[in-house]
Design a protein around this ligand. Sequence first.
Ligand SMILES: [Zn+2]
Ligand SMILES: [Zn+2]
Length: 278
Amino acid sequence: MTAPTRPAGQPDCPICKGQGYVIRPGPEHAQATLCECVGRCPLCDGTGFRVVEGREGAVARRCTCRVLPDRIDLFNRAGIPARHATSTFESFDVRRNPGARGAFSASRTWLKGWRQGEENRGLILTGPVGRGKTHLLCGILRSLVFDHGVEVRFVEFTHLLSALKAGFDEGIGEAVTLQPLVRVPVLAIDELGKGRATEWELAIVDSLVSRRYNALATVLATTNFRAVGPTGCVEANLADPEKAPSLGDRVGERVFSRLKEMCQFVPVGGEDYRCLVT
Ligand SMILES: [Zn+2]
Ligand SMILES: [Zn+2]
């Protein structure tokens, strides 16, 4: 982990608790800003650059005080939903949702194992709606950005499909819309497998996952579907959940088998988290 060396927030700041940044819900996405308690950097006098003596004489280098503003920029480009502006590990109350304790620990353990610049196996949080999967996912992303300086991107699966369809209508090819999602070091897909699972949708998810698989890039995801391969079930079967469609049914055998190689599957159990949070 590269600890940011920066003129951090004041430890007793009531607004940022010393973090130096504040995150609030924007119109669509969570938005981070530098806290007003962060003062002018004494090392560079606020210019962001320092002149240091190198072997070849004096050179201008970016000052370490830029680490925090750079991470704020990364966060603001991550696309984290406004409703998850406050979703962190600290705000995830395992006492009120004990069934999610295992997934909470697994997510923290996964983060501890993050290796900058190396291949990192991903994580897929599985379980019924309202168990706090997206909260944990956003907590992981926030830590990757602010603790490790990693570029991440959050996409809700059906929003991605809508964006691709809208682009198609405007004559923008899929490749243009998908390219940033292929290149970003960590892609987090919320509600993977949701949608109508049409042939076109399966082709999109296949293209995205295959390209990230080939690039050894990290995939994080949440899904409401069971983490098993295709079962042939198409319709939800409330009487027998074992006969409901699986993730394999929703994304196809090839994608499911790649995801199994690329990611660890972690079940998120417990009560409906949204009912417990007041
Ligand atoms: Zn502050
Ligand atoms: Zn500075």
